[in-house]
Design a protein around this ligand. Structure first.
Ligand SMILES: NC(=O)c1ccc[n+]([C@@H]2O[C@H](COP(=O)([O-])OP(=O)(O)OC[C@H]3O[C@@H](n4cnc5c(N)ncnc54)[C@H](OP(=O)(O)O)[C@@H]3O)[C@@H](O)[C@H]2O)c1
Length: 295
């Protein structure tokens, strides 16, 4: 029986990982969230509290820790760099150090926003990073903490444009706006790849299921690439939203606090080769989202 501690169990990814672990007889899950309650079968854990992280890992002795926590408000981070750093750097370090002391392996999640977006083909793991936002910089520092503290005992999965039936995300926001407005403007000059959180959660399980341990850095997103504009058009097409026009905007026409990479598609070939997982195209996953949300 493998013991898995899921930190951040109430976030989009955390809920998807939890649901997969709960469905498996060969795993025993320990679920920890910032606002978790015992009634929900979870324990409270602030990963920024080094003592609390140490105590939980020492007590539960997990084989794996899956870090689903993060400060994910990309624009908010520009005004609140301290809070962002506390979670995306110090919180990650706390988890990595506790794993190191107690012999647990860490599966950590990072982002396409570690790149500056000046590339023109999908980024591979060895491409140089150059984040252009506070969020991206702190996520990159978090990666480095993991690599420094747990070399050989960690897997880092960089993902992108994450959405799910849970919480707040781009797909759910567009669906809401599609019913509220006659027209919306969406950025059409940023390319990347939407990732359905259950697919990323399946990849996390694949890492833990693997007979051989394959530590290192991997890219894990949906397959293919698109723009926020075309993504929105596909969301509306599948959902049958017909009364809201989608207007393409340039990044300049839609200024945000944080800069975002213009191109951030990630090459998932390494993960697919090493773990033998077939990753679905982003359009297929979007259709799956609609099946799941209408259940
Ligand atoms: N969302 C995206 O588009 C995207 C894109 C690329 C990469 N990623 C990465 O993918 C991973 C998962 O993202 P997600 O979208 O699932 O995130 P999410 O839904 O925002 O969930 C993050 C979780 O972290 C928890 N948390 C916040 N502060 C904490 C603390 N001090 N201690 C413990 N937990 C704390 C939050 O709890 P509360 O909700 O209770 O505050 C929340 O449950 C992250 O590493 C993120 O950087 C996400």
């Amino acid at each position: 029986m493998k013991r898995v501690l899921v930190a951040g169990c109430d976030g989009q990814l955390g809920r998807c990982v939890r649901s997969l672990v709960e469905g498996r007889a060969d795993y025993s899950g320990i679920y920890a969230g910032l606002h978790a309650s015992e009634a929900a079968g979870a324990v409270r854990l602030d990963v920024c509290d080094a003592g609390a992280v140490e105590a939980l890992v020492a007590r539960m002795k997990p084989d794996y820790v899956v870090n689903c926590t993060a400060y994910t408000n990309v624009d908010g981070a520009e005004d609140d760099a301290e809070a962002c750093r506390l979670l995306n750097v110090d919180g990650v370090r706390n988890l990595a150090e506790a794993c190191s002391r107690h012999g647990a392996r860490l599966i950590h999640v990072s982002t396409d926003y570690v790149f500056d977006g000046t590339g023109s083909r999908p980024y591979i793991e060895t491409d140089p990073t150059n984040p252009v936002s506070v969020y991206g910089r702190t996520k990159l520092e978090g990666e480095r903490q993991v690599e420094r503290i747990l070399p050989g005992q960690s897997v880092i999965l960089r993902t992108a444009w994450l959405y799910s039936v849970y919480g707040r995300n781009f797909v759910k926001t567009m669906l809401r706006l599609g019913t509220e407005r006659d027209e919306i403007g969406v950025v059409a000059d940023q390319r990347g790849t939407p990732t359905y959180a259950p697919v990323l959660a399946e990849a996390v399980l694949r890492v833990m299921d693997s007979v051989e341990w394959h530590p290192g850095l991997y890219h894990l997103t949906g397959k293919g690439q698109t723009t926020w504009y075309d993504f929105t058009r596909e969301i509306f097409r599948i959902a049958g939203v017909g009364n809201c026009a989608v207007k393409p905007l340039t990044t300049e026409q839609y200024p945000t606090k944080a800069s975002r990479p213009a191109y951030s598609a990630l090459d998932t070939g390494k993960f697919e080769r090493v773990f033998g997982m077939e990753i679905p195209g982003w359009e297929d996953s979007l259709r799956r989202f609609f099946v799941d949300i209408n259940r």
